[in-house]
Structure formats: structure tokens, C-alpha cells
Design a protein around this ligand. Structure first.
Ligand code: PAF
Length: 282
């Protein structure tokens, strides 16, 4: 296992692989690794000669200082988990300076409106930060394939758009959501929940499943109201949004169309920790 902290050293190593016609699969993460991340790595191992995982808590994608400060940082155990999975996975764990030099600022991106919906509406500048770091990683690593979890479905669509708009030579692979036994979507932020809250948070997925059933016979507006009523009854939760949106454009569903694929998207706070999840509705 080799751990790189400097992009120059990493780039030289990767160019040796590329010169040898080896394909590179890339899994970007912010650490605090869980089964969901490991499933991305497993997929990458199946499809590429070499796999590189980045571990970097990207400051420019946090719209909230406290969230950035409290984001779990568990580098030693992350390295152990990767090592256990496969001894040849490469790790890139740069410092903030290695990525941003002195200017910790985002580039500005136009994702044809995808950035104005849901997460973009509630987390100003978030997707500029994501685009900045992902574009930089792609430039440094030049992978043939990159793997993203569907838990951050909007992020996945935004990264696909970034790649299309900038003609980046990388194939973006979306991988299914991994869930805890009670259905809670795996997330590094779950680490910060008390055991009680982690149990209670099962209601998020239960509600999404119920919404999926309801959506077969009810309108998007009615289902949205039902979800909102569920969380109103639970004082531990603060629902930020639930939206039924078109998977491609992420536009809110006003009237159902048979030709579109819809998804339910949710963001909810418990113990002041923001959790997101989504479900396909077809
Ligand atoms: O999904 C994440 O963990 C992050 O947004 C990513 C893709 C690693 C970029 O920092």
C-alpha cells in the first residue's frame, strides 16, 4: 500500500502506470470510511488495473464552518480499512495546501441549473466546492473511471454534467446506496449521531419507502405533504426538504409524466446533524 500526500509525487507514480497501459479507477472520499465507500472501491477493483482512493475533507464544499470542523477525521482507521480490502490500493491524502496552495476558494460552475435545486438551494456554494475539488482530482489523477455513491444523487448528476461540459475523459459510475440494518443510509455523518438518534433515524428510509408506495396512486404534492406530516409529528427531527424530482433535470415534479423517472429526495436534521437520502420512485 502506498500513501501519497503530494500531487507531484502521485502524478509521477501514476504516469508510470499509464505508460504501462494500466487503467486507473478513482474513488474520491472525505474519509470516515464505511461499507458504502468500500463498495465503491470493490467495484473499482473489479473494473480497473489500479485503484486510487482520495481521502480529503474538502473545505470549499462546506457552507457551514461548524460542519467542517466537526466532520469526522479518522485517517489511521481509514487506511487500515483500505489495507484490509486490498493491499495494492493507492491512497492520496493531501493537505489543504497541496490542493489549494494559499487560496482556499472555489471555481464557479454552471451545471445548467442542477446546482440551484435541493442541496444547492440549501447549501450555498456547495457544488462549486465539489466541482472544484473533483476537477482538480481528475486533472491530477487522470482516471479512466470514477465512482460515486447514489446517496449523493444530486452530486452524481452534477459530476456527470461537469464531465460533459468540460469534455473530461473519464467515465462516471454511480453505485447503489448502502444502508445500515435499520435502513439508515450509510454516511460519515452517522458517526456523530448518538446511538438513540441512529436508531430513530430509521424513520427516514421507512418514510421514503412509504412515499414510494403512495406515489403509485397519489400526486407528488400529496406525497410531499404526507412526508412533511410524518416529520411534524416527530419533535426530534427537523425536515429541511422533501422533494419529488425528475432524475435527469432534478426539477420538481408538478404533474407526473410516464416518460420521466422520478426520485424522492430528503434532507433532515436530527441532533443538529444533517442527513440526506433518496429513493427511486419507479
Ligand atoms: O461525496 C463526498 O464525499 C465528497 O463530496 C467528494 C465527492 C469526495 C468530494 O469532496
Amino acid at each position: 500500500m502506498v500513501i501519497f500526500t503530494e500531487q507531484n509525487v502521485l502524478s509521477s507514480h501514476l504516469s508510470l502506470l499509464t505508460n504501462d497501459n494500466k487503467t486507473i479507477g478513482f474513488v474520491p472520499t472525505m474519509g470516515a470510511l464505511h461499507e458504502g465507500h468500500l463498495s465503491l472501491m470493490k467495484e473499482a477493483l473489479k473494473e480497473n488495473d489500479s485503484v486510487i482512493v482520495s481521502i480529503f475533507v474538502n473545505p470549499t464544499q462546506f457552507n457551514n464552518k461548524e460542519d467542517l470542523e466537526k466532520y469526522p477525521r479518522t485517517l489511521a482507521s481509514d487506511i487500515e480499512k483500505i489495507k484490509m480490502l486490498h493491499k495494492d490500493i493507492l491512497i492520496y491524502a493531501p493537505s489543504v495546501e497541496d490542493i489549494y496552495l494559499k487560496d482556499i476558494v472555489s471555481e464557479h460552475f454552471n451545471y445548467d441549473g442542477l446546482e440551484t435545486k435541493m442541496e444547492g438551494k440549501h447549501r450555498t456554494g456547495h457544488f462549486d466546492g465539489v466541482g472544484t475539488i473533483i476537477k482538480r482530482f481528475f486533472e491530477i489523477i487522470q482516471p479512466q473511471k470514477a465512482y460515486f455513491g447514489e446517496k449523493d444523487f444530486q452530486q452524481l448528476q452534477i459530476v456527470k454534467k461537469l464531465v460533459a461540459k468540460h469534455n473530461l475523459p473519464v467515465c462516471i459510475i454511480g453505485c447503489p446506496i448502502f444502508r445500515e440494518k435499520n435502513g439508515l443510509a450509510m454516511s460519515s455523518r452517522n458517526e456523530r449521531l448518538s446511538p438513540k438518534a441512529r436508531e430513530k433515524a430509521a424513520i427516514i428510509y421507512q418514510t421514503l419507502l412509504a412515499a414510494k408506495t403512495q406515489f403509485q396512486t397519489k400526486s407528488a404534492k400529496e406525497v410531499t405533504q404526507i412526508v412533511s406530516n410524518v416529520f411534524e409529528k416527530h419533535p426530534d427531527f427537523n425536515l429541511e426538504y422533501f422533494e419529488i424530482a425528475d432524475e435527469e433535470t432534478l426539477s420538481t415534479c408538478v404533474r407526473k409524466s410516464k416518460t420521466k423517472k422520478y426520485r424522492g429526495f430528503i434532507a433532515v436534521y436530527i441532533e443538529n446533524i444533517r442527513l440526506i437520502d433518496n429513493i427511486s420512485l419507479y
